[in-house]
Design a protein around this ligand. Structure first.
Ligand code: HEM
Length: 187
């Protein structure tokens, strides 16, 4: 996984619990300290998933609660770091339509072709579908993170809406599929 996710996770841990929490999460992973993550480099998926587990365990949060806190930090950080993606989008719907392309743009900085392709194939917007539909294919099964970011992005644009999780890898489907509804549209 490209280090941006882990970079924001480390900052989230710091934000929630300071150095004490950073050391405690590292200890749960058997490390003296958490690594520093570069936002343009690829890291082991298993390490990232273990960090998410250890963070939840340390703060006594289940995944939805952890992802809610994480999504808040992620939107604040990514808006600061990549303002043009937000400036380009007039609404959450506009942003989410571009989200698979945003990931492809970010993946273009990865040197290794295989890794780059894996990253770019994780999200697919089903063109022309109403409501908007997005497919997510990833061994990391972080659909809960997608959901939390969807709702936090709505807040960012002062909108309301709803996500329907129509297919889910956690329920045995081979990929996840989301239908996204925005203010005024009914599920
Ligand atoms: C400017 C905003 C954003 C930036 C900079 C960004 C960046 C990234 C990066 C670098 C990764 C790691 C890619 C990989 O290794 O596969 C990632 C993963 C992910 N992003 Fe984003 N992202 C943004 C917005 C969003 C939004 C709005 C959503 C959902 C609504 C989203 C959902 C996800 C998910 C679910 C993953 C995990 C993918 C996996 O399974 O490995 N991202 N993002």
């Amino acid at each position: 996984m490209v280090g941006y996710i882990q970079y924001v996770l480390v900052n989230t841990i710091r934000h929630l619990g300071g150095d004490v929490a950073l050391n405690a999460v590292a200890a749960r992973l058997g490390l003296a300290q958490l690594p520093e993550f570069r936002i343009d480099s690829d890291y082991d998926n298993a390490q990232c998933l273990a960090m998410i587990e250890a963070t939840g365990a340390h703060f006594g949060l289940d995944r939805p609660a952890l992802f809610r806190l994480y999504a808040d930090q992620f939107i604040i950080a990514s808006r600061r770091q990549f303002p043009f993606f937000y400036d380009m989008a007039e609404s959450a719907e506009d942003f989410l339509r571009r989200q698979p392309r945003i990931h492809k743009t970010l993946a273009s900085s990865i040197q290794d072709k295989g890794t780059r392709e894996r990253v770019t194939q994780k999200f697919e917007l089903l063109e022309g579908s109403i409501p908007m539909r997005v497919r997510y294919y990833s061994p990391n099964k972080l659909c809960g993170l997608y959901e939390a970011l969807f709702y936090r992005l709505l807040d960012e644009y002062g909108q309301s809406g709803h996500l329907s999780h129509d297919r889910c890898q956690h329920r045995g489907d081979s990929y996840c599929e989301f239908s996204l509804y925005f203010s005024g549209e009914s599920p």
